[in-house]
Design a protein around this ligand. Structure first.
Ligand SMILES: C[S@@+](CC[C@H](N)C(=O)[O-])C[C@H]1O[C@@H](n2cnc3c(N)ncnc32)[C@H](O)[C@@H]1O
Length: 186
């Protein structure tokens, strides 16, 4: 039986709701605009979480106007679930997280959507992204890469490693520039 607490991931507040609704709007605009032009649309979430955001609401005492409201847990969609729900849909979704429990929840999300091409990679975002961006052929494909680390723990895209990693970073930057050039021509 699935662990009922697998999806528990408390983070963020009102600004997170706003951020995720902006991301949702962007993803929908992206697939709508690019669907007719590209063979494959890919969504990569490098800090994917669990697919859910758990919000704990404290009990509210009764007052002149309202009855007592007991404490409750609200489960909202996180970026991974939002990306799965986008219409027109992404052809492929890749969820990366370094937390084993979060990856177990992401695999449960993958199992709940057997008709979708979903991959879950457990590991550090920098190294997993480096491998993916350097190994994939992007001809006929376009993708969105969503980077959403915890606040105060920024993502360092250039790993302090040897020349090979620096080449990977430069290659991904060139691809970003190619995307912007494509956008300017439209
Ligand atoms: C703010 S949460 C992401 C929330 C997610 N975007 C959502 O909307 O549900 C940050 C996530 O990044 C993961 N994380 C933090 N550092 C990481 C790293 N270096 N590599 C991969 N995952 C990381 C954490 O385990 C956590 O799940």
């Amino acid at each position: 039986m699935a662990d009922p607490n697998l999806g528990d991931h408390q983070f963020g507040g009102v600004s997170t709701d706003l951020k995720l609704s902006i991301v949702e709007g962007y993803l929908k605009a992206f697939t709508t605009a690019l669907r007719p032009r590209f063979r494959e649309l890919v969504y990569i979430d490098a800090f994917a979480g669990t697919g859910e955001r758990t919000v704990a609401h404290a009990a509210v005492e009764a007052n002149l106007w309202d009855d007592y409201t007991p404490a409750r847990i609200e489960r909202l969609r996180g970026s991974a679930k939002i990306a799965i729900d986008i219409v027109p849909p992404f052809d492929q979704l890749l969820f990366i997280d370094h937390d084993a429990r979060h990856c177990a929840a992401l695999r449960a999300l993958k199992d709940a959507n057997p008709d979708r091409r979903i991959a879950v990679e457990e590991g550090d975002a920098t190294s997993v992204l480096g491998n993916i961006l350097s190994s994939r052929n992007w001809a006929g494909r376009r993708g969105v890469l969503f980077l959403d680390p915890y606040p105060g723990r920024p993502f360092h895209p250039l790993p302090p490693a040897g020349l090979r990693d620096w080449r990977v970073a430069a290659a991904s930057r060139r691809r970003t520039l190619q995307c912007s050039a494509w956008r300017r021509r439209r």
